[in-house]
Design a binder for this molecule. Sequence first.
Ligand code: MSP
Length: 649
Amino acid sequence: MSSCHKAYITTPIYYVNDIAHIGHAYTTIIADTLARYSRMSGLDTFFLTGTDEHGQKIEESAKARGKSPQEYADEISATFKNLWDEFGISYDKFIRTTDKDHMKGVQKAFKVMYDNGDIYKDVYKGHYCISCETFFPEIQLVDGEFCPECGKPTTVVEEESYFFKLSKYQDKLLEWYDAHPECILPRSKRNEVIRFVEGGLEDLSITRTSFDWGVKLPEELNDPKHVMYVWLDALMNYVTALGYGTDEAKMDFWPARVHLIGKDILRFHAIYWPAFLMSLGLELPKHIAAHGWWTRDGEKMSKSKGNVINPKEVADAYGLDNFRYFMLREVPFGGDGDFSQKALIDRINSDLGNDLGNLLNRLIGMSGKYFEGRVDASNVTRYYQAELDEVEASLDKLEPLLFEMQIHRYLEELWRPLTVANRAIDKYQPWTLMKEGKEEEAMALNGLIATILAKVAVMLYPVMPQICPKIATALGFTIDNASWQKLIKEKELIKAFTIEKVPPLFPRIEEPLLEQEKPDDTKKEAPKAPVKKEEKKEEGVALIGIDQFFQTSLKVGTVVKAEEVPKSKKLLLLQVDLGEEKPRQIVAGIKEWYSAEDMLDTQVCVVANLKPAKLMGYTSEGMLLAAKDEDGLCMIRPEKPKKPGTPIG
Ligand code: MSP
């Protein structure tokens, strides 16, 4: 059985009736992040992913394409595997449910459960949704016919079937949830499961006779017309991958540290799977962690809308590590997330470019200018102990956050040391230290910044495994178990080194890099009723809904610096404090009415979520509100002073 030095991490196995989309990439990238962290921290790690290839849905999809189910499964399974290989996903095994060993293991499990008296034969009468591969009692159907999960029509099934005594495990399951508050993450999801189980469990039909594409029952049962229910077959992959029922050498990785799944398949993992395991006499997984769903620009993704996100296109356009960071940082684990290019660009430009990339550039600049590239952290504790303490306090919180699946908070907390570093440079000003002849102090500041960057690079590595090693190389070290041990566990400072210049790691992105996909007209949803003319226009202006209005972020700002744009009759260059880490640069066409001096220290109203634009070579990161008539232009300002960043609306 698994010791605390082992970590077994799994993704769901993906159906081969579709190619990989952002939802699949999301689960796989989270699992990859956990696996990389586990390995880096010295745990003996096994990371499993793969494809789910049996069942009626796959059989029908193959038929529709004129292929045998095996041919079809081979083809689509390879597209998943290839994508994960291109993405550098560090899986240890890619399992396919059509693998011989897997099928043998499933048969063995069936036999064990049968011999334990947990399986009996009866007739199943009820409704089946092929799309969800799920049985539903009549009472749960919508309008007596449609699937309560996906809304598609269900099929009436009346056939001989083997049943698993799920009802027998109801109390034991409730005891398990009770004794292990963290068995289902996030914890709120555990309550949903408990309520469902308390409502009563019916025995589960676990074989079918009306189609063929599945694992046959063990020969001893001599009942060749049955194939196993695809979810029984699929869930068993988590143990057959370790050799259950064949070569059991890897079974010492069991129980899983975490099964990562999407919220739609929680019931299978949190109810059926533990009940099967209890019947098999195997330990239960430590955690089942369910994430939310991704939408695109606020809408559900679907093939018919033509808005499904292809993860490869996003990674190719924006960089794989940037995409990984975005997905993990943007959404609290368990919540639903919205993919928009704007949100992705903001994360890249702001978190990665401004906070991380610029810090490395500042370090390269300071070391080059004052110390011929040398960095030595020997005197850091003498001058900057307070900063170091703050950094270590943040780093100490990280590991638990990761394994509690609070990955967005992990990244948020990991950014605090970067803020400490950027703030330290602004506060202690190496250029002033050098001017005052405090060379030792300036070098210590350099050492502090390098140490912070090194520690952040180590802890960010599992999320950004391509870029962090480049940061480490620039800082003269390698990310591995030894450096994790020294820099993170033993809280050491970075060893003296000579810095290497690196090209900018996060070049600023000004425009969306992917074309918005157009919906496929032939598959459009029912046309909406035409809007009457008088409803649509008012004084020649299109009417908008309140939510469209709220898409504009308006904020109060204070002008903290104002100057003229050289050679421009119209433009002023302003730095406006919006309560963010740095003032925004705004280029405003107001010079005919306001001088730079007029604007300084005044308050303005700013459109804060405009795409950055370049005017006369200066990037403008917002727009000021003003009113203009034949008498000229005046600024729109708050009536009373307001804190910078106060939202307007
Ligand atoms: N084959 C089963 C899993 C068996 S595991 C023993 C299955 N496959 S799936 O391909 O349909 O879905 C795999 C995973 O993708 C699920 O965890 C599901 O939640 C996730 N996602 C599918 N669409 C998604 C989004 N739009 N967003 C996030 N994840 C989504 O279910």
